[in-house]
Design a protein around this ligand. Structure first.
Ligand code: ZN
Length: 134
């Protein structure tokens, strides 16, 4: 069910930003989903459609979902590397998607093999842009 809460908070955030920028007649909002965020896109889209009537200010605004690939930075050698391309089993991939913190158990820097890295992209959900008329 967290897709529903998420959809509602995305709508509220879009309306808040639109209000702050005096945008009227919203046309499109870009919603970025991190690769490590476990969200069912279909449920999320359905939830948006169902919630819409409660937020008439949305007008005809479309929501464009943009996937942000995960990216990591090694604390030992500063190398940046993606989630894709690292050797993992399918189970491990699934697990990492559900519990990003577990990435440290499975992933190692491809440069120096250190398990000490930070996640620099691919977490959470945020609004990347809002289009509309002023
Ligand atoms: Zn490294």
């Amino acid at each position: 069910m967290h897709e529903w809460a998420l959809a509602e908070s995305v709508i509220r955030t879009v309306l808040e930003h639109a209000g702050a920028r005096n945008l009227k007649r919203l046309s499109e909002a870009g919603v970025v989903f991190g690769e490590l965020q476990a969200i069912d896109k279909d449920i999320f889209t359905f939830a948006l459609q169902q919630l819409r009537p409660q937020f008439p200010a949305l007008g005809r605004c479309r929501f464009k979902i943009i996937k942000e690939p995960a990216s990591f930075r090694c604390r030992a050698c500063s190398r940046e590397f993606p989630l894709n391309g690292l050797r993992r089993t399918k189970d491990e991939s699934e697990f990492i998607h559900f519990v990003p913190e577990m990435a440290h158990t499975f992933l190692k820097c491809p440069g120096c093999a250190s398990p000490d890295f930070e996640i620099i992209a691919g977490r959470g959900v945020h609004i990347s842009y809002i289009k509309g008329d002023e």
